[in-house]
Design a binder for this molecule. Sequence first.
Ligand code: AMP
Ligand code: TRP
Length: 346
Amino acid sequence: MTSSPSHGRKRILSGAKPTADSLHLGNYIGAVRNWVDMQSAYDAVFFIPDLHAITVDFDPAELSNRTRVVAAQYIAAGIDPDKSIFFVQSHVPEHAQLAWALNCITGFGEASRMTQFKDKTQKAGADAATLGLFAYPTLMAADILLYQTDLVPVGEDQRQHLELTRNLAQRFNTRFGETFTVPEATILKESAKIYDLQNPTAKMSKTGESPNGSIQLLEDPKIAAKRIKSAVTDTGTEIRFDLEQKPGVSNLLTIYSSLTGKSVAELEAEYQGKMYGHLKVDLAEVMVDFITPLRNRTNELMADPAELDRLLARGAERAREIASVTLSQVYERMGFLPSLRLAGVR
Ligand code: AMP
Ligand code: TRP
């Protein structure tokens, strides 16, 4: 394996689809923030899986705009394009190329067992499901294996796709010779789950019932503050973390703790004897202080799309340096006739 990570650090890789007009607070606390923290200790690769975004219904104009906004939000949130390799998946053609090779060593039955595919097909109806949706997991495996990734930080819902990725890596290595690092999943912990502010037993998501239930990272900080202040709380008065009895208050405590670094226990002590209203007013202020700089930086980046595109182009170049080495090994081992382009002439 020639493309091992630099400085002996383990390589991590992750991505989140550009399927909304803005990231929400759950995305930040549950995913992006962890990635930002991991940049120093790991050799990090982050990308926007836009090829995955077209496996379900999409609108072309919306897709390009969302990809730019999400890229800007990642950078604004602290993904440093100098420290990490940060790029857009469709800018690195090796992803689609390796995915094809992996498709050809993946069983039809094996792919049919993916629960995410089954769920999505059930929801959209079998006729709406595409071959692309069926092949979603092998494209994801390609994303991971191209970079000889050691660790993949993802949510629990991606565990099965990671298992498939590991199987494919091992299968390829056994059949064609040692080529891929077999990656480990690092499942992001449950405690970081953020719930809907109006319906605190449901996850905060882009498809929540009420717009007041979620906080979009691009929205006016005053609106975000208002949503915190009008969050549904529970019966009783005590400010205590209890997901069963007090899901609303517990959610606010999780958000508060995540944004300030104070532990939930510290917050419980601080708010002992106080009312829900106190907690909400203070958290609303924390929210404004968090959203304002993030939003300003995002808007600055969006105001200079040429610079943003340049950052992404440089990220894609760095990604291709690694991805092209892996792909050429794969092609060679699978018996494809060497091509001049893969030999380094682009
Ligand atoms: P999505 O845009 O829903 O595919 O989510 C992208 C990433 O954000 C995933 O890694 C999720 O684990 C994380 N995420 C999404 N919603 C939440 C939430 N409500 N709480 C915590 N993490 C979330
Ligand atoms: N499937 C992942 C999700 O929905 C997104 C994704 C695509 C991904 N390729 C990846 C995550 C590679 C980690 C590694 O969240």
